[in-house]
Design a protein around this ligand. Structure first.
Ligand code: ATP
Ligand code: MG
Ligand code: MG
Ligand code: MG
Length: 438
């Protein structure tokens, strides 16, 4: 991508409305634009990050055996009356009437609709286990939308729903999602710690929240530092096998959100030097809720013995748009964002440092072509601005690597490579730069 043909509205000044680093940086780096309180347009650079997060989520969900579908954002109120949640949900639900005076709502979550789909098509034990997921916009009329996309009103969520014959099988489905979550957050370059959590309005008796530690997080959390060093399972993890010991290793160290925190157990089980009292950003939550929806909505399957019984369900959310903010909150410095490789909007920023210099033009064009041929995504700064402004903008938008091309380096046959995260810089021949980055 050439910057002169792109839309990257970066800001030099800190926007007054932003209270935390990630919100400030998302506005300054031209990732989002607020259209109404808690409602954002995703500008081109921000959308690339959002898509990268979505891609990782999909790859890990698919690997764990989940199947993607897509449900509408609008739902009929009557569906929610079946489960009894239409009245219970309260003012967070955006309620809408169409021209025929039919009552609709903009979905804050989809347990009812997925249960309706499931019961329409699945009737036999042979079809289970089944895990269906989507990546879709949600609306919750939050009382205090704030911190940019972290607490938006319209936000992108991955929501998955598992269907099993009995509680034991449902717990295995829960474990598969637990492991898939460990993997997806790790691939996004953030540490998201699974913590025991309250189940809230979704209901049920088993739940973990995944939290990214950050001072600006909205939840107080308590954990054993041992959980920070546990190894994340590799891509070869066997989702068909027994994941109990893996999940137990991750749930053995104390880790709880404030709602379920037990001070005495914390102080008894965790040595003082390992006690971590911190704040966290909830980037995902998983629930086992049993027959909470299948009983009122009559989602039953015939078991091998011929008897129909309600299915045991679980649901599994990831805050896809919130993650963009959470990742920045965990990965930035005074100059700007420092994108982890897995989610960076472009892998390489190519800087043309002398407008109107034919040799620099030629070297940039050649590098632009060969870096892309090597499979890298490249943003070429071909504007006529001064080098200082270009350096500052590249640091602000946080691409993992910069390749700086100027006449002085070319005199020596070199370009300069800069690694954004470490700040390390080195000179090398253009071909070596391509070989190094590929
Ligand atoms: P919170 O406690 O932050 O209000 P929640 O517990 O109500 O979140 P869930 O119902 O568990 O949210 O939804 C799944 C995920 O969706 C959450 O873990 C979070 O990452 C994300 N999410 C929830 N509400 C918002 C929001 N208003 N803006 C952005 N992401 C959100
Ligand atoms: Mg909420
Ligand atoms: Mg919550
Ligand atoms: Mg939650």
């Amino acid at each position: 991508m050439r910057l002169t043909r792109y839309l990257l509205p970066t800001l030099k000044e800190n926007p007054a409305e932003a209270q935390i680093a990630s919100h400030r940086l998302m506005l300054r780096a031209g990732l989002i634009r607020q259209e109404a309180a808690g409602i954002y347009a995703w500008l081109p650079l921000g959308l690339r990050v959002l898509k990268n997060i979505e891609r990782i989520v999909r790859e890990e969900m698919d690997r764990a055996g989940a199947v993607e579908l897509l449900m509408p954002t609008l739902q009929l109120a009557d569906l929610w009356r079946e489960s009894g949640r239409y009245d219970a949900y309260g003012p967070e639900m955006l309620r809408i009437r169409d021209r025929h005076e039919r009552e609709l709502l903009y979905g804050p979550t989809n347990e009812e609709m997925i249960t309706e789909i499931f019961r329409s098509y699945v009737g036999s034990w042979r079809s289970l286990p089944l895990n269906l997921y989507q990546v879709q916009w949600k609306f919750r009329d939050e009382q205090r939308p704030r911190f940019g996309v972290m607490r938006g009103r319209e936000f992108l969520m991955k929501d998955a729903y598992s269907f099993d014959l009995d509680e034991a099988a449902a717990r295995r489905s829960y474990q598969r999602m637990f492991v898939a979550y460990l993997r997806m957050f790790d691939r996004m370059g953030v540490k998201a710690i699974p913590m025991r959590a309250e189940t809230g309005p979704i209901g049920g008796d088993l739940s973990h929240e995944f939290l990214v530690l950050a001072q600006t997080g909205e939840s107080a959390v308590f954990c054993d530092r041992a959980v920070l060093d546990l190894p994340v399972p590799g891509a070869d993890v066997d989702y068909g096998g027994d994941l109990t010991s893996l999940v137990e290793a991750w749930t053995a160290p104390y880790a709880a959100t404030e709602d379920v925190h037990e001070v005495e157990r914390f102080e008894r089980d965790v040595p003082a030097e390992r006690r971590l009292l911190a704040r966290g950003i909830e980037v995902g939550q998983i629930f086992y809720f049993g027959t909470k929806y299948s009983v009122p909505m009559n989602a039953v399957v015939r078991h091998a013995d011929g008897i129909e019984r309600p299915i045991h369900g679980g649901c599994y959310g990831v805050g896809v748009s919130r993650l963009v903010g959470a990742i920045i909150e965990a990965s930035h410095d005074d100059q700007g964002i420092v994108w982890p490789d897995g989610v960076a909007p472009f892998q390489v920023g190519l800087l043309h440092l002398k407008h109107g210099d034919g040799r620099v033009d030629a070297a940039c064009e050649s590098l632009y072509a060969s870096l892309r041929a090597a499979g890298l995504s490249v943003l070429l700064d071909d504007t006529d601005e001064r080098p200082g402004a270009k350096f500052a903008r590249m640091d602000l938008i946080g691409l993992p690597w910069q390749v700086r091309v100027g006449p002085r380096g070319l005199d020596n046959g070199t370009v300069e490579l800069k690694h954004r995260a470490s700040g390390e810089r080195r000179e090398m021949a253009p071909d070596d730069a391509v070989a190094f980055l590929r």
